[in-house]
Write a protein that binds this ligand. Structure first.
Ligand code: NDP
Length: 489
């Protein structure tokens, strides 16, 4: 997206229950599959940020949200979930034209977002506070209270999923939220704002501010009225946010990048592993924080496994995201496609062998889009830039390993620690390896299965804090101890 100054109408932002067009800053939404302009969207100015924080702070203090009983808040979350499901096609269409994901994946992501609101409605209604063991003549208990104003900053690869994952638990916890979507994908967030109002969420409890990360995002993080930030995106941006948060002593939840090892031992089901490896890196054109981008195969099975993955990669249908049977759409933006292509060229120049892909498809129907073919690189050293830096594209780096110790040393030799996959018929080994891998999620004989009920987050530079699961609500609450005297101390 880029800034524009045309006088045409543009999608307004949501502040305090009102749709606001500031008449100045705009973002231009471009369809990455065709290069055509979708529409323009208002970008928040510093004055809009001030307005939104003031509105959210008022809403956080008002009695009509944070003071509601949990089952009353749950009712609104249920209603948002139902409306999201009822508007599934609209949500899916908006995401598809903004980030180019194939239709089936967009539809699946709306369903998952609606399920996330349903899950946190249930958590909200059932999660109790605790009475703790008394150590004197008093009743002691732990209460959980909202931070007040929470900023949720989301990326472009899976906006609906990430927005639901942050907004639902933050609301369940009794907070007011300011949601700043990526400038590439503002519409699903605006749509969420619209249905939340229809569902009865009081004005100011959810505000949606499109705008760039460097201006709108940074202004929110630094604002003294914002008391907690939940961010998903790249590690470099996450570190900048953590530094700004440290100056305010503000808690942050950071879900960042990854360079996840996908590991195959020689005794594994090679066909099943090959399928999972291909979908683990090529689904969503590899633009996933948990993409299995480093493939480690035990040397005796290396050629066999690589041949099977290569066959799948070559047969994948790269097409317009709404084409029937399309398995891979474009990259979400032209700039990102060019960055991926540049990294592959640099790797080739450094000696990597390109087994397939490494360029845009030849199909003339796709020539105006930001497409890039499924790519497999071999003959790579684990310490090469291409094997260490997050590519966030459909590029698999294949490397052999000798034995378990060699594998663990190589797999853990990265600054990242988000996820990993292990394929073997030996359960004891699978468990042993899973425990030795430095990663927040490990899949055994499966890959990229994600449940809202299971906490998710990264080791090392892949993040801070855990989203999802029952404790996902606690991420958005602060803990208070209360003592009630029962007579003579
Ligand atoms: P960013 O991390 O920059 O973007 C994620 C979100 O953060 C966007 O809403 C962005 O706004 C916002 N943002 C950026 N900088 C700041 C800041 N200083 N303060 C507050 N908000 C900020 O991702 P990029 O789009 O630049 O992608 C870079 C790389 O990050 C990718 O190539 C990939 O490696 C990784 N990435 C990882 C994701 C994940 O799921 N873990 C998701 C997306 C990217 P805006 O987009 O409007 O500038």
């Amino acid at each position: 997206m880029s800034a524009a100054s045309s006088p045409t109408q543009c999608k307004p932002m949501l502040i305090d229950g009102e749709w606001i067009n500031n008449g100045s800053e705009r973002l231009v939404s471009v369809n990455p599959a065709t290069g055509q302009v979708n529409y323009e969207v208002c970008a928040a100015t510093p004055a809009n940020v001030e307005h939104a924080v003031a509105a959210a702070a008022r809403a956080a203090r008002a009695q009509n949200w944070s003071a509601l009983l949990p089952h009353q808040r749950a009712e609104v979350l249920h209603c948002i979930s139902e409306r999201m499901s009822a508007n599934a096609e609209r949500f899916a269409q908006l995401q598809m034209i903004e980030n180019g994901k194939v239709w089936s994946e967009c539809v699946a992501q709306v369903k998952s977002a609606a399920a996330t609101f349903r899950y946190f409605a249930a958590v909200c209604e059932t999660l109790g506070a605790e009475v703790t063991p008394a150590r004197g003549n008093y009743l002691s208990m732990t209460a959980y209270e909202p931070y007040g104003v929470v900023a949720a900053i989301t990326p472009w690869n899976s906006p609906m999923t990430m927005e639901a994952q942050k907004v639902a638990p933050a609301l369940a916890g009794g907070n007011a939220v300011i949601l700043k979507p990526s400038e590439l994908t503002p519409s699903p967030a605006l749509e969420l704002g619209r249905i939340a109002l229809e569902a009865g969420l009081p004005h100011g409890v959810l505000n949606v501010l499109p705008g760039s990360g460097a201006s709108t995002g940074a202004a929110l993080v630094e604002h003294p009225g914002v008391r907690m930030v939940s961010f998903t995106g790249g590690t470099a941006s996450g570190k900048r946010i953590a530094l700004a948060a440290a100056k305010k002593l503000m808690p942050v939840a950071l879900e960042l990048g990854g360079k996840s090892p996908h590991i195959v031992f020689a005794d594994a089901d090679i066909e099943a592993a090959a399928q999972a490896i291909a979908s683990g890196i090529f689904e969503g054109s590899g633009q996933s924080c948990v993409a299995g981008s480093r493939l480690f195969v035990q040397r005796s099975a290396y050629q066999r496994l690589l041949g099977a993955v290569l066959n799948i990669a070559r047969s994948l249908r790269v097409d317009l995201p709404d084409a029937k049977g399309a398995q891979m759409g474009p990259i979400a933006s032209f700039a990102h496609r060019d960055r991926i292509a540049g990294m592959v060229i640099a790797a080739r120049n450094a000696g990597a062998e390109v087994l397939c892909g490494g360029l845009a498809p030849g199909d003339v129907r796709l020539a105006r889009g930001a497409f890039y073919l499924p790519t497999i690189l071999a003959d790579i050293e684990n310490n090469a830039a291409i094997a260490q830096e997050e590519i966030f594209g459909p590029v698999l780096c294949a490397m052999p390993f000798e034995d378990e110790d060699d594998l663990i040393a190589q797999a853990n030799a990265t600054v990242y620690g988000l996820a990993a996959g292990v394929w073997t018929a030996d359960f004891a080994r699978a468990y042993r390896v899973a425990r030795r891998l430095e990663a927040g999620t490990v899949w055994i004989n499966t890959y990229k299965q994600l449940s809202i009920a299971t906490p998710f987050g990264g080791y090392k530079e892949s993040g801070l804090g855990r989203e999802k699961g029952i404790s996902g609500v606690r991420l958005y609450q602060q803990t208070k101890g209360i003592y009630v005297g029962l007579g003579t101390p």
